[in-house]
Design a protein around this ligand. Structure first.
Ligand code: NAI
Length: 477
């Protein structure tokens, strides 16, 4: 017997499970289907973010940073450690515990919110004959037919492979394998100096790998404000990350114990590098595998994304799609916002996502975070702007922390002073950026931030000082 719901959500990642929770808050009966399994075959909701993305990477980034501080940073503080060793199995075990706590947290939220959770793979069945809703089959631990008046597709994305070099997760790794390496590789190669490449490269360099990053584009972090990207690039090179820009990848040969990569360098000269492991992080592709979108006539674009309008509506009535499987940045928090907005639209409310204030964070050390327009975008668009920067070098808290790299940068409209973009590189900027997001959401001016009292001593004073610098009146620099 088919089970009827107001809303069937396909996918239990940040887009899907948040949409499910918001829909139950609004009084709907809700099912959520997710097929991710843990190593014991049990359900592991939370998607890429929880299982092989945001959460485990942050666990390993923290652990590896602690290791690096213990080895290289503590002595300056008068803490001498002798006989420091790395216990990688314990570091990985801790990461797995953190992941499991998050999986269990989502299962608890399903129960608390009375969401019917089905562990298995969902696929669309034939076009509905009546108005009852869309039929969705579930195959796996649960084998059911669900009928949803509304269906929200939140099936996420998969890593993009290089043609001819499939991921085997032993020698050629995606984010999944990169987070599960069981012995520190001596020579680690990375193709793609994007968000994943830099975060993974940072983890393994701190743990002792010699890391080489091969990037096709001639500029480092092209989407980031140039001044910020330059500063980050300088710091990464200083730390010993080998970053090669403007390369063209040629033959990749996977051996039993190593991987050889032939590439043309930025001058066109052929080079060869041999690695113990190779991570490929050249972007991700939308995941609609096995969804049987064609059975109901759900339209995808030429790259496989589900086509949606600004409200996450697909070409089919009452079928919605959110997160990595649709246009826009592949970020967990963007997916969450879309999930909430869709549930509210189903309820006849006016859910809204402001794409102009979606923050970005790269969790390297120094961290990189930004919201809004970059200086190069403003120049291209011919917008008259004022800029103000403030270095962490002149911030007392950063000095006490022993981490004075980087800066905060404000870009404000030349006439109205409205904040158009805020860019940061430095300590804890992943947290500092939210003040800028709030300010931009309220369409604040740089003067608004400059007039607000910020606690002393705190890193957030750098934000206030950069806002003051827009008007050339920074106090401590
Ligand atoms: P990305 O789009 O950030 O970076 C991919 C890089 O690979 C680009 O710099 C690109 O120029 C380069 N590339 C592409 N083809 C290449 C080739 N053939 N040879 C050499 N370089 C090549 O993608 P990434 O790092 O794989 O991440 C995927 C998604 O996951 C991103 O959209 C990102 O937003 C998201 N993510 C977000 C995180 C965060 O918010 N902290 C953390 C990790 C991933």
């Amino acid at each position: 017997m088919a089970k009827n719901f107001d809303v069937v959500v396909i996918g239990g990642g940040p887009g899907g499970y948040i949409a499910a929770i918001r829909a139950t808050q609004l009084g709907f009966s809700v099912a959520c289907v997710d097929e991710w399994s843990n190593d014991k075959g049990g359900p592991a909701p939370g998607g890429t973010c929880t299982n092989v993305g945001c959460i485990p990477s942050k666990a390993l980034l923290q652990s590896s940073e602690n290791f690096e501080h213990a080895g290289h940073g503590f002595a300056e503080h008068g803490i001498d450690i002798k006989g420091l060793t790395l216990n990688l199995p314990q570091m990985q075990k801790r990461k797995e515990t953190v992941v499991k706590q998050n999986n269990d947290g989502i299962l608890y939220l399903f129960k608390k919110n009375k969401i019917s959770f089905f562990h298995g793979r969902a696929a669309f069945m034939a076009v509905p004959a009546t108005d009852a809703g869309y039929q969705v089959s579930v195959t796996g631990t649960a084998n059911e037919t669900l009928i949803g008046k509304h269906v929200v597709v939140a099936t996420g994305s998969n890593p993009r492979a290089l043609p001819g070099t499939p991921f085997d997760e032993k020698m050629v790794l995606s984010n999944t394998g990169a987070l599960a390496i069981d012995a520190v590789p001596k020579r680690l190669g990375l193709i793609g100096a994007g968000v994943i490449g830099l975060e993974m490269g940072s983890i393994w360099r701190r743990l002792g790998s010699e890391v080489t990053v091969l990037e096709a584009l001639p500029t480092f972090l092209g989407a980031v404000d140039e001044q910020i990207a330059k500063e980050a690039h300088k710091q990464f090179l200083k730390q010993g990350l080998g970053i090669h820009l403007g390369v063209k990848i040629g033959a990749i040969t996977v051996g039993k114990n190593d991987v050889s990569v032939v590439y043309a360098d930025d001058k066109g000269a052929e080079q060869q590098a041999v690695f113990d492991k190779l991570i490929i992080s050249i972007g991700r592709v939308p995941n609609t595998i096995g969804l049987d979108a064609d059975k109901i006539g759900l339209k995808l674009d030429e790259r496989g994304f589900i086509i949606v309008d600004g409200d996450c509506k697909t070409n089919l009535k009452n079928v919605w799609a959110v997160g990595d499987v649709v246009r826009g940045p592949m970020l967990a928090h963007k997916a969450e916002e879309e999930g909430v907005a869709v549930a509210e639209r189903i309820a006849g409310q006016h859910g809204h996502v402001n794409f102009n204030t979606v923050p970005w964070v790269i969790y390297t050390s120094p961290e990189i975070a930004w919201v809004g327009k970059t200086e190069q975008q403003l120049k291209e668009e011919g917008v008259a702007y004022k800029a103000g920067t403030f270095p962490f070098m002149a911030n007392g808290r950063a000095r006490a922390l022993g981490d004075m790299t980087g800066m905060v940068k404000f870009l404000a409209d030349a006439k109205s002073d409205e904040i158009l973009g805020v860019h940061m590189v430095g300590p804890m900027v992943s947290e500092l950026i939210s003040e800028a997001v709030v300010a931009m959401e309220f369409r604040a001016s740089s003067e608004d931030i400059a007039r607000i009292c910020h606690a002393h001593p705190s890193l957030s004073e750098a934000t206030k000082e950069a806002a003051l610098a827009v008007d050339k009146r920074a106090l401590n620099f």
